[in-house]
Every structure is written in C-alpha cells, then in structure tokens.
Design a protein around this ligand. Structure first.
Ligand code: GLA
Length: 369
C-alpha cells in the first residue's frame, strides 16, 4: 500500500493487555496494579495472550523533582515505578505507563511537552515496555510532529517500547502513523454504554487498509465487564474488536470478574481472529436496517464474519457468500466461534438468530475446488 511500516517487530499482532483508565480513572495505586497483574495470570488471561499491564493517567506526583524528572505519587506508589515494573516483569508480563504530549495530562497531572527525551529516558530506565502518549493541553501543536518527536525520543532512550498514539483521530493518524507508533486511537473515548459503543463502531468503517503489523488502528480500550452493558452487548463489543484487528486492552477490574466476563475476554477462537498472523483488518461488508455483516481475511485462506444486530429485538441475520466475495453454491466449512462448534459444510450462505444488541461470529473456510 506504499506506506512505510515501522517494522520493528514489536507488535506483529494487535497488542493485548490491561489498562487502569476505563474502570478506575485516577484511583490507582501500586497494590491494585500488583493485584491486577496477579489476576491476569489466575484468570487465564496471560495464557490467552494478554501481556501489557498499563497504568494510565493519575500515577504522577504533582511536580517534577529537583532534577526535572517525573516522579510517581509518593503515597500511592511508595515503592516507585521501577519496582512495580520489576514485579510485573517477574510475572512474565510487560509494563506500560502514560504521559501526555502537552503541558498537562487530561486529568491535570504533569505533561511531557519540552521534556520528551528526558521522560523517554526515565521510562526506559524504569523498564517500561509500552508508552501511551495522550493529547490534552496541546494548543497550537501538530500531532504528527509531536508524535514523531516521541518516536525518536524512544529510539534514543534505547529500550524497545510500544508507542500508543492517543490523539483521538484528530489528525487522521491512520494516514501517517505507521512509521511513528504501533497503535493510534481512531476516535474519541469509549464509555461503558451501548450508544457510545455504537458511536465508536461507526467510526471504524473504511480504516481497514491502514492497519496491519506494527501499526494498528485503535478504536479504544475494552469496556467488557464494567457493568454498563449486557453480556450480549459485551460479546458484540469483543467480536467487533477482533474482526477489526483492534488492540485488546481490557479495562475492567480483573480481581472481581465473574465467569461470563472472563469467558468473553479469554474466548480462544475469537481471540485467534484478532491475533491472526496476516494482520488484515476487517470492515463492514453489508448493512441492512439494523443488521450488519463485518468480515476479515485470515492467513489460512479462511474468513471471519461477525453478524451484528443493533436492534432491540432478536433477529434472523443472513450471511450471504456474496458478502464474502464467494460465488453462490460454493462449499464452505463453517465454525461458530463463540459456541466453539462446527456448524457444517454449507453452500447457500447461512442464517443465524442474533440476540438483541448482540453478535454471532464465524470462521469460514471454502473447500478446495
Ligand atoms: C484521555 C484518553 C483516555 C484516558 C484519559 C486520561 O481522555 O483518551 O484514554 O487516557 O485521557 O485522563
């Protein structure tokens, strides 16, 4: 596609992990981060592929120290960030942190503007593996210029780190960020409500050609398990993120997670779609009233399809082979990815009952002629 890729190999498939913001906002401390890292393991999420434990806004002390360096809040992070990163690393996980490209963070903590290299070095010295750089208080600045500066600063700091670009799609980062960061937000913040989820999904159409290995479109972190939506809505949310090849950054309290939520976040065959090695993002292929079909190509020649019902009633939703670019009559092996069950070999498409505000998800492999 002519766009230079970063191709440093740090994010061959969409990054997976956990971030503190969606559930906790700035109510974070080192104990809960440790407990969350442990819960990632006990819940089976590490084994399902989740690696990065990321602390978002709210970790900092109110001022830089006498040397001009960022410091953590001494009461909430008394052992310091290096010790916390070590602890996370010893559990076989990676550690991420947050700063802001402007003068202050979105929650009003110290920003990094004018201190990019100093802060990048500090993060590297602490053992940071993933850096999210936010975009509040950046009046007069240009996104591409500032994030390019961050990319160079991280390179100079010398520790391999994912760069998560968080300027909410303002300067169309999908058009320039492939050589700058490993993921970039495509729109404004998600919230734990159905209308917010719909708003985010409607912003993702047409972005598929821009995402791929080492440079992913990021529709924002997951709200699965935060309590504002139904289990069917969360299953739809997760299905769509996987067909979109989105980063899977859980945002719930992993220490107090019920089985239904854990089963969504660890669904092996659904995650396998997100993590497909070809890294080809899916897109909307057909919309009819409140029914949508989203699909993506997979490395083995099969395709994944999500049948998405936006209405408040259960509906029969049809998947036609023409939605997937296949001739009517083609013989296709179909697997239901949530049920983890074979549906059979079909030749005339399929029709599924899709719950209200819900989704079904399939993997489809055409038979060799
Ligand atoms: C912005 C970002 C969020 C989160 C908050 C923190 O709104 O988009 O993801 O990092 O700031 O204040």
């Amino acid at each position: 596609m002519g766009l230079g890729r970063r191709q440093d190999g740090l994010a061959p498939t969409p990054p997976m992990g956990w971030n503190s913001w969606n559930r906790f906002q700035t109510r974070i401390d080192e104990r809960m981060v440790r407990e969350t890292a442990e819960a990632l393991i006990e819940s089976g999420m590490r084994d399902a592929g989740y690696r990065y434990v990321v602390i978002d806004d709210g970790w900092e002390a109110p001022e830089r120290n006498a040397d001009g360096d960022l410091e953590p809040d001494p009461e909430r992070f008394p052992s310091g960030i290096a010790a916390l990163a070590d602890h996370v690393h010893r559990l076989g996980l990676r550690f991420g942190i947050y700063t802001d490209a402007g003068t202050k963070t979105c929650a009003g903590y110290v920003g990094s503007l004018g201190h990019e290299l100093r802060d990048a070095r500090r993060f590297a010295a602490w053992g940071v593996d993933y850096l999210k750089v936010d975009w509040c208080h950046t009046e007069g600045l240009e996104g591409r210029t500032q994030y390019e500066m961050w990319s160079r600063a991280l390179q100079e700091a010398g520790r391999p780190m994912l760069l998560s670009i968080c300027e909410w799609g303002r300067s169309r980062p999908w058009e320039w960020a492939q050589t700058v960061g490993h993921l970039w937000r495509t729109c404004w913040d998600i919230q734990d409500t159905w209308p917010s989820l719909i708003g985010v999904i409607d912003h993702q159409r047409g972005l598929a050609p821009h995402g791929g290995p080492d440079g992913w479109n990021d529709p924002d972190m997951l709200e699965v398990g935060n309590g504002g939506m139904t289990i069917d809505e969360y299953r739809a949310h997760f299905s769509l993120w996987c067909v979109l090849a989105a980063p899977l950054i859980a945002g719930n309290d992993l220490r107090a997670m019920g089985d239904e939520v854990r089963e969504i976040l660890t669904a092996p065959e659904v995650i396998a779609i997100d993590q497909d090695p070809a890294g080809r993002q899916g897109d909307l292929v057909r919309a009819e009233r409140s029914m949508e079909v989203w699909a993506r190509d997979l490395a083995d020649g099969s395709k994944a399809a999500v049948l998405f019902n936006r209405s408040l009633r259960q509906e029969d939703v049809a998947l036609r082979w023409s939605d997937l670019g296949w001739a009517p009559g083609a013989r296709v092996r179909v697997r239901d990815l949530w049920a983890r069950a074979d549906v059979g070999t079909l030749s005339e498409g399929l029709t599924a009952v899709v719950p209200a505000h819900g989704a079904r998800m399939y993997r489809l492999m055409p038979e060799a002629h």
